[in-house]
Write a protein that binds this ligand. Structure first.
Ligand code: GLC
Ligand code: CA
Length: 567
């Protein structure tokens, strides 16, 4: 694969509502990001992806856009964004925005016009409208956030289609005019000087045109819409055109949120002529549930299973192109709470082990805000404390499926998207230093212990170790190998150690991660290796004894001696 600039980046994902509140109204904002650029620079990241900041009624926190060209005043003005882009650039940090083009808000002027003039609106064909059948919606498909994908269009016998919430009507990609409006908007933002886009829910843009019913898969009589409305044949034409009309005219990076793409199709998405620079693979992030949208179907998993998912993903991506690696994002629960079963008292070791494990996989690493200080899930006591629309849907759906209220609450506490959306912990003061006003979403009380200020001062903190993890990838002897090298799993059948090699020409880096709270012996001749990274402080010599035992949650990364790092 030809080298690309975006392979070298380390991306930090910001959920703007919860990052930093510069004007004390309880809501994070763009100026807040600008004010924290020094923090981001000292962490060592090179690019920031900001979740949607466009005008929006915020039914889905910005993933419901009512004006693609304006910013949500809660977040700031255009001049604030210009300032952020400029100041970030001075610090060597690029800005990537979110691109939400599968749907708009129902408050978008196009949809508003349709509501006002259902028969005559010129925007009728901008959305997907169908007549019902015998007083029933056109199909029995279930939306991602629950209920039918069809919502009656007021004062008509028609329905409009929404893959997500009622307030997120899907755009009709079959209509060329819609596509052209979107391309113009994409180019407007790229002209503005952003580095690229994270492309939201993009595999939903093509629907199976037969609009047939399917056998129900739940007690609600509905069936997941993903079977008919995600990654459907014909999507390739839309994606080629999108790329040709926009991305390919710029030297930009594009990160596709592309769930549901089978590995056989990965080369179409991320190969040399792929639609995107890289895509996220959710298979291991969703290992604890039957699917990302059915949290009540819990899956019991073990490290071996996790490892299989990670390595299958890595091998398939390596065959096809380039991947986007992540442990957390704004739709996921916190990684320590998800992947570490016996977390007790090992917060530092488990967080740093996980951090290094995913960081040196082949691909561009993404850090989600707060992950670098080891923020955890936030357990809530009642449904009223949740903001996330999908949590509320999952709660009631779990009960409909026969679970008790306690069980339903447990499922959403484990999985809720609100787990990662709590305000960032800057210090141990009131509201974690995020704001002086009461934050829009409840804070996790553990900010008194887990916060950035304390970790900045503590040389042995998770934050300091993350800086080291980043340095080793970006500016060490082993950088080229860790960025561009091939990946090869080792100890594939070991029940608790995740291990792999990275190889570039005659260079070699070997990585061991112990996912267990017990010591684990490894047979390996360490004598030809230097230690690059270790989350335990120990005499280097002890590592080179005949058989070495990895300590609980140890991360050990070693580089083969003597190989030149020049190609
Ligand atoms: C993506 C976003 C998620 C949003 C959904 C609908 O999955 O990551 O937050 O709710 O798309 O736009
Ligand atoms: Ca604010």
């Amino acid at each position: 694969m030809e080298k690309k600039w975006w392979q070298k980046e380390v991306i930090y994902q910001i959920y703007p509502k919860s990052f930093y509140d510069s004007n004390n109204d309880g809501i994070g904002d763009i100026k807040g990001i600008t004010q924290k650029l020094d923090y981001l620079q000292s962490l060592g990241i090179t690019m920031v992806w900001i979740c949607p900041i466009y005008q929006s009624p915020m039914a889905d926190n910005g993933y419901d856009i009512s004006d693609y060209y304006q910013l949500n005043p809660e977040f700031g003005e255009m001049k604030d964004l210009d300032e952020l882009i400029e100041k970030a650039q001075e610090k060597g940090i690029k800005i990537v925005l979110d691109l939400v083009i599968n749907h708009t808000s129902d408050e978008h002027p196009w949809f508003q016009d349709l509501l006002a003039n259902p028969e005559t609106s010129k925007y009728r064909d901008y959305y997907i409208l169908k007549s019902g059948k015998d007083g029933q919606p056109p199909t029995n498909w279930r939306s991602v956030f629950g209920g039918s994908v069809w919502e009656p269009l007021k004062n008509t016998d028609e329905y409009y289609f929404h893959s997500f919430d009622i307030k997120q009507p899907d755009l009709n990609w079959e209509n060329k005019e819609v596509r052209e409006e979107l391309y113009e908007m994409v180019n407007y933002w790229l002209e503005k000087g952003i580095a690229g886009f994270r492309v939201d829910a993009i595999t939903f843009i093509k629907k199976d045109q037969s609009y047939d019913n399917l056998p129900a898969d739940g007690v609600d009589g509905l069936v997941k819409c993903t079977k008919k409305a995600r990654n459907q044949p014909g999507i390739e034409d839309f994606l080629h055109e999108l790329k040709d009309e926009t991305f390919s005219k710029y030297d930009c990076v594009t990160i596709g949120e592309a769930p549901g793409v089978p590995y056989e199709q990965y080369s179409d998405y991320i190969g040399d002529n792929g639609y995107f620079s890289m895509i996220f693979d959710f298979r291991y992030a969703d290992l604890d549930v039957a699917s990302g949208s059915e949290w009540f179907k819990r899956v019991d998993w073990d490290v071996l299973g996790l490892k299989k998912l990670i390595f299958t993903s890595q091998k398939e991506i390596q065959k096809a192109g380039w991947g986007a690696n992540f442990l957390e994002n704004h739709d996921q629960n916190r990684s320590i709470s998800k992947y570490i079963k016996e977390e007790e008292n090992r917060h530092f070791y488990s967080a740093t082990m996980l951090g290094a494990m995913f960081f040196y996989l082949r691909g561009t690493p993404f850090i989600y805000q707060g992950q670098e200080i080891g923020m955890t899930n936030f357990e809530r006591e009642s449904i009223e404390e949740f903001d996330d629309i999908s949590s509320i849907d999952q709660y009631y759906r779990s009960m409909k499926e026969g679970f008790s209220a306690e069980e339903a609450l447990r499922f959403i506490n484990l999985r809720s998207r609100d787990n990662s959306r709590t305000p960032f912990h800057w210090n141990d003061k009131k509201y974690g230093g995020f704001s002086e006003a009461k934050p829009w979403l409840g804070m996790n009380e553990n900010y008194k212990m887990i916060n950035a200020e304390q970790q900045e001062q503590d040389p042995d903190s998770i934050l300091q170790f993350y800086k080291e993890i980043i340095q080793v990838r970006q500016v060490s002897e082993a950088s080229d190998c860790l960025i561009y090298g091939e990946i090869e799993p080792i100890l594939e059948e070991h029940p608790t150690i995740v291990a792999y090699k990275r190889k570039l020409n005659n260079e070699e880096v070997v990585c061991y991660f112990n996912f267990s709270s017990e010591c684990q012996k490894v047979d390996f001749d360490f004598n030809n290796f230097d230690v690059l990274l270790n989350n335990y402080k120990e005499e280097k010599e002890t590592i080179f004894e005949q058989t070495y035992s990895l300590k609980p949650y140890q991360a050990l990364v070693l580089q083969k001696k003597g190989a030149s790092n020049h190609e």
